[in-house]
Design a protein around this ligand. Structure first.
Ligand code: SAH
Ligand code: SF4
Ligand code: F3S
Length: 498
């Protein structure tokens, strides 16, 4: 195993070797002793903010959306109520993302625009939290350029929110409390989930992968798994509250349990998938690394687990993948997709792609294009590489002009859009099981739901159908959205999809 770090070798490793490799990496990067404890809102903070209002503006990934549900839960326990209007708020929190530069600039722009409001209402508290808050450069910028921000805290001390808000109320200075790591997982933090059909459930925090371009391991710390029992209990509670679908969240869900002694992600999927009353289970994100045959079997065998895998590949060239430290080759990834498609017929695959990584040549980029053409993803999130301070890639010479990066992005998007449209067209005439989530954002006479493959389907029908899953014949559609008609359950000729 001494040379197993060479990405070339990873393509030919057996399943057993893959596990050994993953374990071999563990001691160097483990989160240390992680304790798991029940969270209690301290009595002194209960209802202290009765009658006051908060607004949280959220950027970034599902993990951040879910953190916002916990922030809202803590504020509610303090007595705050939500408002969507800045002028009505007593507390405005920016829960931020640091993964690319653009959203970061947007946050500072938004905060700048709130300055007049803050002048008019000195009682208004402004807070910055989430991944940007973990960055030293951001902390410095707040202190030098935005000293009127009242409160800064990071991803590791969300549970401290009530205390920090009360400190900010009484302080003239910015209250800044950012931790470098967390060694406690708090269970049962209060949460305000958007009422509805789908709920997020954290299964793992942090990331150990250190892809050279990525800030997440720096902002979220090392991988820490929640216990299987707590996760299953939370899913049971969600079903009791009326949720039909859960999405299990982690940066590398395949690594779930590597820091526990006797459980892996396959075990967890079997357990969550069996919870009485749960209709659908989804998960994100699966880094291609450590995608074992056991895991593929768990997805294939568990009826409630949907046939959709988000499997970010990032690039199609082995030279770029190695520079990114992704830990796999193009060949390994192609093999993995072949294994998945053989075991899970009609699986929908989606991906993330970065163009313009430092030193990416036209030949490298063409390898990304050919991989995308060959694999035919259902859809892809495409990004231009954004240098992040403190990451190894930010130190690489980056001779590529912005115009070249943009042109590559456009070519990639064009290729993917044609494929996504072709895949959508294949649904026409088929019958899909659709779980209705709510009304359409643009037309409230239409219901909006999803296929198991995660395609959005609009159906005419009664609001009482929200939360129901039923067969729908697909009659029309465009690249992103399908239209269909509900079929009676009995006598419907259900196909298995496309
Ligand atoms: N843990 C997931 C990815 C989480 S970040 C995984 O590894 O699969 C979500 C996506 O943001 C990444 O997949 C990547 O495509 C993109 N991303 C991350 N850092 C980036 C950067 N510095 N520039 C551009 N895109 C980036
Ligand atoms: Fe970032 Fe890589 Fe971790 Fe994903 S696996 S969060 S891209 S470091
Ligand atoms: Fe962004 Fe942090 Fe998520 S950097 S993508 S909000 S983990």
């Amino acid at each position: 195993m001494s040379d197993a770090k060479s990405p070339k070798n990873l393509a030919t490793l057996t399943e057993a070797e893959l596990r050994l490799y993953a374990q071999a990496r563990r001691p160097k990067i483990s989160a240390g002793n992680v304790s798991r404890t029940e969270y209690q809102v301290a009595d002194e903070w209960r209802d202290v903010a009765h009658g006051k209002r908060y607004r949280i503006i959220t950027y970034g990934c599902q993990m951040n959306e879910h953190d916002t549900e916990a922030l809202a839960g803590l504020l509610k326990a303090m007595g705050y109520e939500e408002t969507a209007v800045n002028e009505e708020a007593d507390l405005i929190l920016f829960n931020t993302c640091a993964v690319r530069e653009n959203p970061e600039n947007k946050v500072f722009g938004e905060i700048g625009r709130l300055r007049p409001l803050k002048r008019r209402n000195p009682e208004l508290l402004l807070g910055l939290c989430g991944c940007m808050a973990q960055e030293k450069v951001v902390q410095a910028k707040v202190q030098t350029t935005y000293p009127w921000i009242d409160l800064v805290f990071g991803t590791h001390n969300i549970h401290r929110l009530p205390d920090l808000v009360m400190q900010a109320v009484h302080s003239q200075e910015t209250v800044l409390e950012v931790w470098d790591k967390s060694d406690t997982i708090y269970e049962h933090m209060p949460k305000v989930r958007k009422a509805g059909v789908r709920a997020w459930v954290n299964i793992q925090y942090g990331c150990n992968k250190f892809c050279t371009y990525c800030v997440v391991p720096h902002t979220r710390g090392r991988e820490r798994s929640r216990s299987k029992a707590s996760i299953v209990e939370e899913v049971r509670e969600l079903v009791e509250e009326g949720f039909a679908e859960v999405t299990l969240l982690g940066q590398n869900v395949n690594d779930y349990g590597l820091d526990l002694s006797d459980v892996d992600f396959a075990d967890l999927l079997y357990a969550v998938g069996r919870v009485d009353g749960i209709k659908r289970v989804r998960f994100t994100t699966s880094n291609p690394w450590n995608f074992t045959d056991r895991l593929i079997a768990a997805i294939a065998e568990t009826d409630t687990v949907c046939e959709h895998i988000h499997l970010p590949v990032q690039a199609g060239s082995n030279r770029v993948l190695a520079k990114m430290n992704r830990g796999y080759t193009r060949e390994y990834y192609l093999q993995l997709v072949a294994r998945i498609r053989a075991a899970i017929p009609n699986v929908a695959l989606t991906t993330d792609l970065i163009v313009g990584f430092p030193t990416e040549t036209e030949a490298d980029f063409l390898k990304t294009l050919s991989l995308v053409r060959d694999l035919e993803y259902d859809s892809a999130y495409t990004f231009i590489y954004s240098p992040r301070t403190g990451t190894p890639a930010a130190k690489l010479l980056d001779p590529l002009e912005e115009a070249v990066k943009k042109e590559r992005l456009n070519r990639l998007v064009e290729v993917q859009n044609v494929i996504s449209r072709r895949i959508s067209d294949r649904y026409l005439g088929s019958v899909e099981r659709v779980l209705v989530e709510g009304t359409s954002k643009t037309n409230d006479r239409l219901l909006s739901g999803r296929t198991r493959s995660n395609k959005i389907v609009l159906v005419e029908g009664a609001k009482a159908w929200i939360g129901e899953e039923f067969p729908v014949r697909i009659t029309d559609g465009n690249t992103w959205t399908l239209r269909g008609e509900r079929l009676p359950v009995s006598g419907a000729q259900e196909s298995d999809g496309v």
